[in-house]
Write a protein that binds this ligand. Structure first.
Ligand SMILES: C[S@@+](CC[C@H](N)C(=O)[O-])C[C@H]1O[C@@H](n2cnc3c(N)ncnc32)[C@H](O)[C@@H]1O
Length: 644
């Protein structure tokens, strides 16, 4: 993993964005982009937080709110959640909640709820039974439907099932349309039409999907000159990153208590600590949060004076994954170190006694895994997640890594829950587990009607894979209210904003590796960083010091630890900043090429649209403002001239 190649992973806008959400938003709500009066009007009258994640249903949603239908839908949703807790196996409730979510514009959870309804229906129909947990799901669904209809007649229940299956297809396809997942929609509508060939609603949506897909595909052909990019962009859906307003707001906060836990872990070396920050050039002090309040944005700071080249942090994790299944035994299952010659002698590889599908680089990794996540993954094959896909997914569409990372995070959380259960301690909600709670998502400002950036979304990766992972890990997703679709997507948002990505080829094959390093993730970005960072792959340009741990021990090549070293002398109390984009100045040129400064600055806009607050970005801002003012002046003059 070369330093220059390492970047902070972000699934936000890919070049394909123009082919998805933006297009539709322009068609549906042209006034949101142009007229600031309209925007102010909307902000005053609309509950923005309920405008949904769909980039396609925004106008519909504004209308819905203006028509006074919002409160009714919110109340209905609440009632459905309550009913589901009483009758968790009745698919009709999940179909209804999918429909409500789509009406509210949250088509991502709409799709996920329709998918869950489909799992129930298919279990009862005894198709796709590999997706079934608990094992007697089909019987539970039959009973739930029978109870609701007040009958045990197999014929009546079978008829109801057919009707529900059609509704589930309709809701699923409608939600996929709302997510701009046109390809996924076409796949599902085809399956639906095979079963219900003459259904007018499915046929109509198939027509819409085909038209929209072809329009997008043709648009992309003009943008890209290679089939892979065209395929990837045309097949990927787009949604806005939003908080789910029906979820308890304390799920979204990081408390001073969590911060103390983080700093307790860092105190061992006494070199750095995590504190609240205020972004931008203004030197304001951050507000002190009360005990159950949100601490706000965080950053890493020097806890003492640090000398240039001093090691600041070597951040280990078990949350490092790649597109190679651990079952191939090429990598340590815990730290991802390469288990191949010359990096590892075969005699040093540790194999557990519980199963044959993993191996470890050391006894310590073995013990960490077996005392933790491996307890819930042992003897369960997740090879389906890796098959023919690679991290970037089949045909390069979207990224599989989020689902693979979800597997590891879910396993860590569930193993912890098991342990807590044994000790009689209460289970921690997934979003409040320290591993997940420490990560902040990159939500747009709360008063932004229409976020500028939409994000990749795919039915398989965001819905099907995590649902299947949870069922395989033994979670009853129908009764366990901790793992709802909105919780899963919130974990995805957090991971996306905090994972780092790099390439390695230590096993002879180039692979992409993605890590969530629990302390390193607190470093903010600067184009003038005072900290250098690196992953664990030796090469000619990386000296051995990069493989030294905090105690001088040599760490294993290919492992998921991240090294952070002072790039200059640093004073106690200074914020420690890294670069998220390799060399932030690029190759030095100011051309539009991939590695030029403009490209680097554009890439950074995923995280902050007015630069990172450093001297370079601020100087560029002055120039950008000057050019914009000139342009405005020019336009005004032209308008005046044409008026004359
Ligand atoms: C990996 S996290 C860094 C830690 C994060 N600040 C926190 O509170 O947990 C990346 C996020 O930090 C924020 N960030 C990092 N550097 C920044 C900067 N120079 N200016 C503004 N925001 C920054 C962005 O919101 C980005 O999404």
């Amino acid at each position: 993993m070369q330093g220059v190649e390492q970047t902070l992973a972000s699934g936000s806008d890919s070049p394909g964005n123009g082919g998805g959400g933006e297009q539709s938003v322009q068609i549906l709500v042209p006034n949101l982009e142009t007229a600031s009066d309209d925007l102010e009007y909307l902000k005053a009258r609309i509950r923005i937080e309920w405008l949904g994640t769909s980039t396609f249903f925004l106008a519909h949603n504004v209308e819905l709110q203006e028509g006074g239908h919002l409160e009714g839908l919110i109340a209905y949703r609440k009632a459905l959640v309550h009913d589901m807790s009483i009758s968790p196996y009745d698919p009709s409730l999940r179909i209804d909640i999918s429909s409500v979510d789509s009406k509210l514009g949250f088509t991502d959870t709409g799709a996920a709820n329709a998918h869950r309804a489909m799992i129930l229906i298919e279990a009862a129909l005894k198709v796709n039974t590999f997706l079934q947990y608990p094992r007697n799901l089909g019987v539970l669904v039959h009973n739930a439907i029978g109870k609701r209809l007040g009958t045990d007649s197999p014929i009546i229940i079978a008829e109801e099932m057919t009707s529900l299956q059609l509704q589930a297809y309709q809701e699923l396809v409608n939600s996929l349309l709302g997510c701009g997942a046109l390809w996924d929609g076409l796949v599902q509508v085809k399956a639906g039409l095979k079963r219900f060939p003459r259904d007018p609603e499915l046929l109509e949506m198939q027509g819409e999907l085909k038209t929209a897909f072809l329009a997008r595909h043709n648009g992309l052909k003009e943008l890209f000159d290679n089939e892979r990019d065209i395929l990837a962009s045309s097949r990927t859906g787009k949604i806005y990153q939003k908080k789910y307003p029906w979820m308890a707001q304390d799920m979204y906060i990081r408390t001073p208590g969590l911060l103390r836990k983080v700093n307790k872990g860092l105190a061992r070396h006494g070199i750095c600590e995590v504190k609240a920050v205020v972004f931008g050039p203004a030197l304001q002090s951050p507000k002190m949060a009360m005990e159950n309040e949100d601490v706000g944005p965080l950053g890493m700071f020097a806890a003492r004076d640090i000398k240039m080249d001093e090691r600041i942090l070597v951040d280990h994790c078990v949350t490092g994954i790649s597109d190679v299944s651990p079952a191939k035994l090429h990598h340590c299952e815990a730290c991802h170190a390469a288990l191949v010659y010359p990096y590892m002698a075969p005699s040093d590889i540790i194999k557990p006694t519980c199963c044959k599908s993993v191996a470890f680089c050391s006894q310590a990794c073995h013990d960490t895994a077996l005392a933790g996540y491996h307890r819930v993954t042992c003897k369960k094959s997740f090879d389906w997640l890796f098959q023919d896909q690679g991290l970037m997914g089949k045909d390069g569409c979207g990224a599989r890594w989020r689902a693979i990372m979800f597997l590891r995070i879910a396993a860590v959380l569930l193993a912890d829950a098991k342990e807590r259960g044994k000790k009689g301690e209460p289970v921690v909600h997934p979003l409040q587990h320290p591993l997940v709670a420490r990560m902040a998502a990159n939500y747009p400002p709360a008063d932004q009607v229409q976020p500028e950036v939409s994000h990749d979304w795919q039915h398989f990766e965001n819905v099907v894979a995590p649902t299947r992972i949870l069922m395989q890990l033994g979670i009853n997703i129908f009764t366990d209210t901790n793992w709802t679709p909105e919780v899963i997507q919130t974990i995805f948002w957090r991971v996306e904003n905090n994972a780092n990505m790099g390439k390695t080829n230590l096993t002879g094959k180039e692979i992409i590796m993605v890590n969530v390093n629990p302390n390193y993730l607190f470093f903010n970005h600067s184009c003038e960083p005072n900290v250098s960072w690196h992953g664990a792959v030796p090469s000619g340009d990386v000296s051995i010091k990069w493989l030294e741990g905090m105690n001088g021990e040599i760490l294993k090549p290919g492992c998921s630890a991240v090294w952070c070293i002072a790039a200059r002398d640093i004073k106690k109390g200074e914020e420690l900043k890294i670069s998220y984009v390799g060399n932030p100045l690029g190759s030095g040129g100011d051309g539009e090429d991939e590695d030029g400064r403009p490209a680097k600055r554009a890439w950074l806009e995923k995280w902050f649209d007015r630069g990172c607050g450093c001297r370079i970005c601020e100087e560029e801002n002055i120039e950008i403002d000057r050019l914009e003012a000139n342009e405005l002046e020019k336009q005004k003059t032209m308008e005046m001239e044409s008026d004359l």
